[in-house]
Design a protein. Structure first.
Ligand code: NDP
Length: 282
């Protein structure tokens, strides 16, 4: 089975659009999402455009704020502080990566945690690990939604997550743990990755290397979630999993493109609405 992230994301966006219409009537204003981009990295430009397009589709307001590559850290922090103060802005994100003169952690910490729709602020990270109410990062949320939609049973299953970044690997491992999976978190120093992956009932791969996962690394019937986004020399988007070799072995698999990516953007809309409701109802 191919898990059609594009279709699932569209259905969920449709539901969010209806919710937003209702809330806008009820509360007298739409949710707002400001997206800040520094520089003109083509991949980042394409991501922020998709984010703003999804926001417009759902009836979410806000702005795309484009800043020059040469902006200083202090100037960027000033823009973030201004967005933090905007009454009609409920969600704020700064597209990563940032130019080298800017310290990413300082920027993430400057975002009001109540508007931190990416869930990257330390207080949201801590809340997630402490099981307190938290904004959960969008990609892990999207993966959980795909597992739910594909009716993958989680309790007692062995989940292997390859990649331990703060934005994908660690939070998805935590969410799977919360669903009572037994979780192995693998990384670049993991010895014999193939042996570990081949024991996984659920395999989540977030590395950024094409064909990392081959057919013989996968257990028959396993659910494979391919988070990776890589561009081939001829310009095609591919994941971290060798799809043609793995799909015949897997029980279910996400494609790239059309798997985790669209869900990530839909979850950003969901997080924006959740932040809006919290601010409106406080
Ligand atoms: P990072 O570069 O932050 O992390 C990559 C991880 O992969 C690290 O933990 C690294 O290990 C591990 N790794 C590298 N080489 C190997 C190896 N040979 N064997 C096992 N593990 C290895 O990446 P991100 O988590 O930010 O992103 C991962 C991928 O997911 C990228 O392709 C990115 O574009 C994509 N992505 C997709 C999203 C979507 O919406 N679809 C959203 C976010 C990311 P170590 O820690 O030891 O260095």
């Amino acid at each position: 089975m191919i898990i059609d992230g594009k279709q699932i994301a569209q259905q969920r966006k449709e539901e969010l659009r209806k919710q937003v219409a209702g809330y806008t009537k009820q509360y007298g204003r739409a949710p707002g999402l400001d997206v800040i981009i520094v520089g003109e990295n083509p991949a980042s430009m394409s991501y922020v455009r998709s984010k703003r397009k999804a926001a417009a589709y759902c009836g979410i307001g806000g702005e795309l704020i484009q800043l020059p590559e040469t902006i200083s850290q202090d100037e960027l922090l000033g823009v973030i502080r201004a967005c933090n103060k905007k009454e009609d802005v409920d969600g704020l994100l700064v597209q990563l990566p940032l130019p080298e003169q800017i310290d990413v952690q300082t920027v993430l910490e400057a975002i009001d945690p109540a508007k931190d729709v990416d869930g990257f602020h330390p207080s949201n990270v801590a809340a997630l690990w402490l099981n307190d109410p938290a904004v959960v990062p969008c990609t892990p949320l999207g993966i959980m939604a795909l597992l739910e939609e594909s009716q993958t049973s989680l309790e007692g299953k062995h989940a292997v997550v390859v990649g331990r970044s703060n934005i994908v690997g660690k939070p998805i491992a935590k969410l799977l743990l919360d669903k009572n999976c037994t979780v192995t978190l693998a990384h670049s120093r993991t010895a014999d990755l193939g042996a570990i992956c081949s024991k996984a009932d659920i395999l989540v791969v977030a590395v950024g290397k094409p064909k990392m996962i081959t057919g013989e690394m996968v257990k028959q019937g396993a659910t494979i979630i391919d988070v990776g986004i890589n561009r081939t020399k001829d310009g095609r988007l591919v994941g971290d999993v060798d799809f043609d070799a793995v799909a015949p072995v897997a029980g279910a698999i996400t494609p790239v493109p059309g798997g985790v990516g669209p869900m990530t953007i839909t979850m950003l809309m969901q997080n924006t609405i959740a932040c809006y409701l919290k601010r409106i109802n406080k």
